[in-house]
Design a protein around this ligand. Structure first.
Ligand code: ARG
Length: 460
């Protein structure tokens, strides 16, 4: 019998079959496809559309097919196009007429949307766990950083000193929002398309609430056309991954800078670096570079799905089959990023003495001097101006801000007192930023305690 049944008198052209087949990649949906089919036949029996005995036989055979797939004994056939047709055809081979009842009141259009939602629900939870793993790796490093201070940068220029732990905690916050976004996306995608049929529902008395409950969906999608036509849940999912990958890429960039000879703040464990085939001295941060590089392909997949969707008339169009490869690749890429980055960060060696030397640049404390003047009643804009003049006078003398005498400072800042000469210590500067969210050790200790508890690490 031709794959497409009575309407067709010819087999599909071979090149067309190869062009349109998706089984090579959508077979990864086999478990959720079977899960959806089991819920569907239970519903068909519950509503009396098919006999309970048929439903039970179908369910048992679906379980057997799943086991065959997992043992690697199932033959996937490209001429059967996709995961849905492969499993259904195998069912019919075994059960004949009984198997032929599984697709009652269902289309691959609502089936594939169901599969994808079930699949992404699991992936959202798994990736959220991996993001938490990277948070844990960063927290491990942050706790090891102790009081280490490094120059905080804006515009890649020395700005103000910060605790390294504060810097790392910033990424933990970003990753937390990535997890929130994934949970939010999961909440919106956890709705059932089943029963939407090809696009308009069914003349059969399907119980959509029943299948939704069976599959753990929070609710039923209200509109059958929406249920089969849209893939916004994939757009959202890829947007979540793009944002998370962007954060990982920025962290990777910091690591690449920190391990460079110019910075020298950090060294990566040998297990996370590679050498050069030519230069014997090299130890390169390839993992971090690949994180930065692979982030691009995740962004590409987001743009890919948006482009697939933008011109589609309602409802299902075969273009939608193009929603999967990019999604799967993004999930695999994100997984690799997170599983390599977490241990890479946790195992890094810090060079606090090199950071301290960099953070000793007195110019980093220019703001502290301006704020000292503010505390003496000087309007901030005037204080900013005076300190600016002082910085430029020091530059003209070829002296650091901490190398001048009080009298020299007073030429630019008449109000200066001996205390002003003591403001140029990074540790003092950091300790002074003692407000919520600031980089003072007391504040950072609170944040570390918060995240240690939140991530379930043991405090030491
Ligand atoms: N493999 C198809 C996809 O992923 C399944 C749905 C096919 N539906 C259809 N009417 N041809 O989109």
């Amino acid at each position: 019998m031709a794959l497409w049944g009575g309407r067709f008198s010819k087999e599909t052209d071979r090149a067309v079959a190869a062009f349109s087949a998706s089984v090579d990649y959508d077979k990864r949906l086999y478990a959720v496809d079977i899960q959806g089919s089991i819920a569907h036949v239970r519903m068909l029996a519950h509503t009396g559309i098919i006999a309970s005995a048929d439903a039970a036989a179908i369910e048992a055979e679906l379980v057997a097919i799943r086991e065959r797939i997992e043992r690697g004994e199932f033959t996937w056939r490209v001429d059967r196009e996709d995961v849905h047709m492969n499993i259904e055809a195998a069912l019919i081979e075994r059960l004949g007429d009984t198997g032929a009842r599984v697709h009652t009141g269902r289309s691959r259009n609502d089936q594939v949307a169901t599969d994808e939602r079930l699949y992404l629900r699991v992936e959202a939870d798994r990736l959220s766990g991996l993001l938490q793993g990277l948070q844990g790796g960063l927290l491990t490093l942050a706790r090891r950083a102790g009081p280490a201070i490094l120059p905080g940068l804006t515009h890649m220029q020395n700005a103000q000193p910060v605790l390294l732990a504060h810097h790392l905690l910033a990424y933990i916050e970003m990753l937390e929002r990535d997890r929130e976004r994934l949970h939010d996306c999961r909440r919106r995608l956890n709705r059932s398309p089943l029963g939407a049929g090809a696009l308009a529902g069914s003349t059969l008395p399907l119980d959509r609430e029943f299948t939704a409950r069976e599959l753990g969906f929070d609710e039923v999608l209200r509109n059958s056309m929406d249920a089969v036509a849209d893939r916004d849940y994939i757009v959202e999912f890829l947007a979540c991954l793009s944002t998370a990958a962007m954060h990982c890429s920025r962290l990777a960039e910091d690591v690449i800078l920190w391990v460079s000879q110019r910075f020298g703040f950090m060294e990566l464990d040998d297990a996370f670096c590679t050498g050069s085939s030519l230069m014997p001295q090299k130890k390169n941060p390839d993992v971090a570079e690949l994180v930065r590089g692979k982030t691009g392909r995740i962004f590409g997949h987001l743009l890919g799905i948006l482009t697939v969707l933008k011109g589609l008339p309602m409802t299902y169009n075969r273009d939608l089959q193009e929603d999967k490869e990019g999604l799967f690749d993004a999930i695999d890429t994100m997984t690799m990023i997170l599983v390599t980055m977490a241990p890479m960060m946790a195992s890094a060696t810090l060079r606090p003495e090199v950071m301290a030397r960099a953070a000793a640049d007195p110019a980093l404390m220019a703001t502290d001097l301006a704020e000292w003047l503010v505390r003496r009643g000087v309007p901030f804009r005037d204080a900013h101006h005076m300190v600016g003049r002082f910085v430029s006078a020091c530059a003209a003398r070829g002296l650091g801000l901490d190398q001048v005498t009080l009298a020299q400072m007073q030429e630019s800042i008449a109000l200066a007192e001996p205390e002003c000469l003591t403001l140029f210590a990074a540790a003092r500067s950091v300790a002074g930023r003692d407000l919520t969210g600031g980089t003072a050790p007391a504040q950072v200790a609170r944040q570390l305690a918060f995240w240690t508890e939140r991530l379930g690490l043991t405090a030491d």
